[in-house]
Design a protein around this ligand. Structure first.
Ligand code: FE2
Ligand code: FE2
Length: 193
């Protein structure tokens, strides 16, 4: 995939997203949630190890610094505004989207703190799992992220499948792709050409 300048190393534990999936934006987001679950497993592995797992730590830092903020922007700037426009009062989605947005803000802050902690560990060679409080930060972040993802998969994405129009999905694809340096034709161009 393009648009990943500055990435360190190869992904081994967290699978890359197949670029062609961007044409199915809700499946893209669902697949990205699966990657978050892979992150959570990796966080628990690194957080509980008493020796520093360097390759795993680098991959976590990479995900927390690049992939996670992008996913949150995908939802905050594109998916959630579309849903707020399309959902019906009976969907009762407003409060849930508000709660998930608040979690996004906390997640970004915690992700930055975890990434900084891991970067320090990579410099000084100390395993984060040697300290009980640090270990807890890893496991709590994983627990929290799994719960967040489960809610989005169980409630937000099914309502999006129901309510978003074909034009919404197309514009979502264009925006997700553009955020990763991939240029898709804007909605309406196919009909015009
Ligand atoms: Fe989210
Ligand atoms: Fe999400």
């Amino acid at each position: 995939m393009t648009g990943q300048a500055g990435r360190t190393g190869q992904s081994r534990w967290i699978e890359p997203l197949p670029p062609e999936l961007v044409h199915e934006p809700l499946n893209w987001l669902f697949a990205d949630h699966y990657r978050h679950r892979q992150l959570c497993r990796l966080l628990e592995r690194v957080g509980n190890a008493t020796v520093l797992l360097r390759d795993e730590a680098r991959e976590i830092v990479d995900f927390l610094r690049h992939d996670m903020p992008l996913h949150i922007i995908d939802e905050e700037d594109d998916l959630f505004p579309l849903l707020r426009r399309r959902c019906q009062p009976a969907d009762e989605l407003g409060a849930l989207l508000g709660a998930l947005s608040a979690e996004h803000r906390d997640d970004l802050e915690q992700a930055r703190a975890l990434a900084s902690g891991l970067e320090r560990a990579l410099t000084d060679g100390q395993a984060p799992g040697r300290d009980r409080d640090t270990r807890r930060l890893f496991t709590e972040f994983a627990l929290h992220d799994r719960r967040h993802i489960a809610l989005e998969n169980a409630v937000v994405l099914p309502i999006a499948r129901l309510r978003l129009t074909a034009a919404d999905l197309r514009s979502l694809s264009v925006r997700l792709a553009a955020r990763r340096g991939i240029l898709l034709d804007p909605p309406g161009d196919e009909a015009a050409s």
